[in-house]
Design a protein around this ligand. Sequence first.
Ligand SMILES: C[S@@+](CC[C@H](N)C(=O)[O-])C[C@H]1O[C@@H](n2cnc3c(N)ncnc32)[C@H](O)[C@@H]1O
Length: 199
Amino acid sequence: MDAARRVAEAMAAWPRKAFLPRRERRHAGRDGPLPIGHGQTNSQPRTVAAMLELLDVRPGDRVLDVGAGSAWTTALLAHLTGPAGRVVGVERIPEIAAVGAANLESTGMPWASLSLATPGVLGSPGDGPFDRILVSADAETLPRALVEQLLPGGVMVIPVRGWMHRVVRDPGFDRDGVADGDAHVEIHGAYRFVPLVED
Ligand SMILES: C[S@@+](CC[C@H](N)C(=O)[O-])C[C@H]1O[C@@H](n2cnc3c(N)ncnc32)[C@H](O)[C@@H]1O
């Protein structure tokens, strides 16, 4: 099955509605971002689908979800990896992380977790390296700290200054025993996101 079909199937299995605050659920069918509190949003479904297609998650993958928010993306990723995989979600706002963790718990997919991000630490280096990294917040520059959490040949999808980046870590990056983090970058269109907080 191709990536687009696998993503469509995941989105059908885990509709966005259950991950939204109650007052927003009647808008779940709208193809736009919706508020989840604290000035943050649950992303536009068309954007989530495009990012997941670029990410091309495979069953059994180890995946990092940065900016896990409501846990909708975390649940979609967990569906795509299946129980042989592992999904690590991190969210920096404590109140959102608590709601997201409860939402994720109710999906009954224990191979996925959502935790509060450690201040000053981007991603979750202790849980890596990862086959795939999804970042749902806009970075100022491509964060080297996240590239370094990718396995050789691993893929990250991340908006940088409004442009969607698909980053593939060089499969040969450690051929000389030197992990220099070389990566190949493709740009895939313009999008708007809340900022990635990097301090
Ligand atoms: C577009 S929103 C949430 C989208 C989310 N994937 C969903 O399905 O609801 C992006 C989230 O990234 C979070 N965020 C921003 N910088 C972060 C960081 N450095 N680490 C973890 N989360 C971060 C924000 O607090 C916000 O909740």
